[in-house]
Ligand binder design. Sequence first.
Ligand SMILES: [Fe+2]
Length: 334
Amino acid sequence: MTPLHRRSFLAAATSLLAAPLAFASGSPKILLPLQGTPTSTPAQPAARRRVLRCAHLTDIHVQPERGADAGLTQCLKHIAQQQPAPDLMLVGGDTVMDVFEAKASRAAELRRLFSDTWSANCAIPVRHAIGNHDIFGWHRSKSGTTGQEPDWGKKYATELFALPGRYYSFDQAGWHFVILDGVQPKGDSYCAYIDDEQLDWLKKDLSNRPKGSPVLVLSHIPILSLTAITYGKPRAIEKRGQDTSINAASMHTDGDTLHELFSKEGVKLCLSGHQHLLDHCSTDGVAYICDGAVSGAWWKGIHQGVPEGYGLIDLFDDGTFEHRYVPYGWTVRS
Ligand SMILES: [Fe+2]
């Protein structure tokens, strides 16, 4: 494809986003199916076969406060009752709340709380991505860390989630799955892109995957999402006529590069979270879905119209997918 320019990319995405945004601000009881088939190659449902069902949980933000562990338990039980139950759990990061700025004692408490809650309530195989809140001590002054702690930084997450590395891939049911690490340091904070080492690996990984297999990419921060524009306060009227800027911590700053690679290498679906909002953008045969959060508004209720929930994704043998966002009926606690 021709080089992708962010402005045209976003314009294409905007036109496809109307329905999910309407859902986000409308009734939380309506489940929104998102058809993942590129418009240029319509699916033929009668000929295809579902090969895998995945649940996408993101932004769990487990914590002792507000009954978050009970909320995660309720969510996991809701998922297990799906018919059929998912074959695979994809957990998109921000699984604990939060160790980025936390003291070591709090990080240890959250480690135990997550491990105990998950192991007691989920027997489905799981794959994790790392979220910004899962990185221990990057804000050194607030966390009191030196950087020499054995579980400092992303080691905390790779150990807690038993990851083979901070990014990795695997094959299942004829699909190739890529788990990216897009959270990069920026002063005491972070921004979103994949580093050179990871980009080199990604190019080789996609090139060497089983021939012709469709690809699902999981990242914490969206690679493309309209939520990065619509998140937060409305744009000030005084800024009409000025270029729109997107916070580097809200959406990947290398989305153009990644999209060009994805469109050439059979990537069908990119899942993300981070925004605690729901949207679906699609262009060049690549779909980008940002799912709402298991924690809603960080366990304080529905977030900008999107209730506490998870994504349910069916993958088919012809490289198509179906997605819907499923609220699990959490009632906020004080
Ligand atoms: Fe989050």
